[in-house]
Design a protein around this ligand. Structure first.
Ligand code: AMP
Ligand code: MG
Length: 355
């Protein structure tokens, strides 16, 4: 209880910031539904849960359920927490299978699905490569070809042994050094999981779960107004909330992958935090950001990362090939931005973007 209060208090510090980033949906003027919102820090960023329900108690219970779910997911997936399931898998790599939660098993399965769909450009086993680049940054030198080769030898998602059903799941990473890093899908996936939890709570009519700039929303069929999402302007990445476009959605996940927040800096040069599993190296092209809309949060997040790896034309081809995905790709050009959209993206845009 004490920890929770502390987090909520801390969240107020960042609430103003979040309020700019997130454009939470507004209720129809004539409804009597109760709105509850909670802002808190999670997954190294700020999160917001908004719920509309028939009673205040129902709305509050649903918000709390989402918060609990997100904290549980974070504690299982955080690769920097030695007590997480992801860390336990890493420690046991090359040895025995270990018991994991059904939730983590689902996340790994989703990762494998989108690894296949993206033809390996999204790869949750990228952890071994991430470690090589982190160490290189620490030592301020580029990784050697041998270091990259060794890490790239540990990227085959088909080698992961995942067995079980119901509540009993086991997983084994068969080779020493194999490391899962679900960072490429964690936010979209977690937002969607928490949204699912909220939807199962009684009395809920509409809900939004945002983690940083990524999130998932839903409203029941009678709910007349969509949720609105802001696409961050990647040229003003340091200015959180600077909006490139505004989107309106009723039931979808929206995830953005960009080059503007995190990077490895080695010898004064910035390298993207997104690595190309085909080369072992940070992606190096003119993509500023990719925003993907998909019903499924893991899909949206995985695809956004995959598109950053692929570059404009192959990324558009991948998204067009998938019937449920839409995307907005922003590319650096002469100090400005050039925009590319999939054929169905425009129906979600309410303002901003290239005319
Ligand atoms: P995102 O912000 O969703 O694009 O995820 C980026 C994070 O995913 C990075 O910080 C890494 O932890 C991880 N990552 C980097 N490259 C890849 C990749 N090619 N596939 C999957 N995850 C990746
Ligand atoms: Mg992603």
């Amino acid at each position: 209880m004490i920890a929770r209060r502390w987090i909520i208090t801390a969240a107020f510090v960042v609430a103003a910031l979040v309020a700019i980033v997130l454009q939470a949906g507004r209720p129809p003027a004539d409804t009597a539904f109760m709105r509850r919102q909670m802002d808190f820090a999670i997954m190294s960023t700020e999160a917001r849960v908004v719920v509309y329900a028939d009673t205040a108690d129902h709305a509050s219970a649903a918000v709390t359920a989402a918060w609990d779910e997100l904290r549980a997911i974070e504690s299982r997936l955080n690769r920097y927490d030695p007590a997480s399931e992801i860390s336990a898998l890493r420690a046991a790599a090359g040895h025995d299978a270990i018991a994991i939660s059904p939730s983590t098993a689902r996340a790994i399965e989703a990762g494998r699905l989108w690894w296949r769909q993206s033809r390996g450009t999204f790869n949750p086993l990228v952890g071994s490569l991430v470690s090589v680049w982190k160490q290189a940054e620490k030592d301020q030198r580029l990784p050697t070809d041998e270091e990259l080769r060794r890490a790239m030898d540990l990227l085959d998602m088909d080698e992961i042994e995942l067995t079980g059903s119901g509540d009993a799941w086991r997983c084994r990473l068969p080779r020493e050094g194999m490391q899962l890093d679900l960072g490429g899908l964690a936010k979209g996936w977690a937002a969607d999981e928490a949204l699912g939890t909220v939807r199962r709570c009684p009395g809920v009519r509409a809900a939004l779960v945002m983690i940083g700039g990524d999130g998932a929303c839903w409203s029941d069929d009678d709910w007349s107004r969509p949720w609105s999402f802001a696409v961050q302007d990647p040229l003003r990445g340091e200015q959180v909330g600077a909006r490139y476009a505004e989107l309106a959605l009723k039931h979808a996940a929206v995830v953005t992958s960009g080059d503007y927040y995190r990077a490895y800096t080695i010898g004064g040069r910035r390298y993207s935090h997104i690595l190309d599993p085909r080369t072992g190296r940070p992606v190096d092209h003119r993509l500023a950001s990719v925003t993907v809309i998909h019903r499924d949060g893991a899909a949206a997040d995985s695809l956004a990362t995959a598109c950053m790896v692929l570059g404009v034309e192959p990324a558009l081809a991948l998204l067009e090939r998938l019937p449920d995905a839409e995307g907005l790709i922003l590319e650096h050009a002469d100090g400005g931005l050039v925009e590319h959209r999939t054929s169905g993206f425009s129906r979600y845009v309410v303002s901003g973007g290239a005319k």
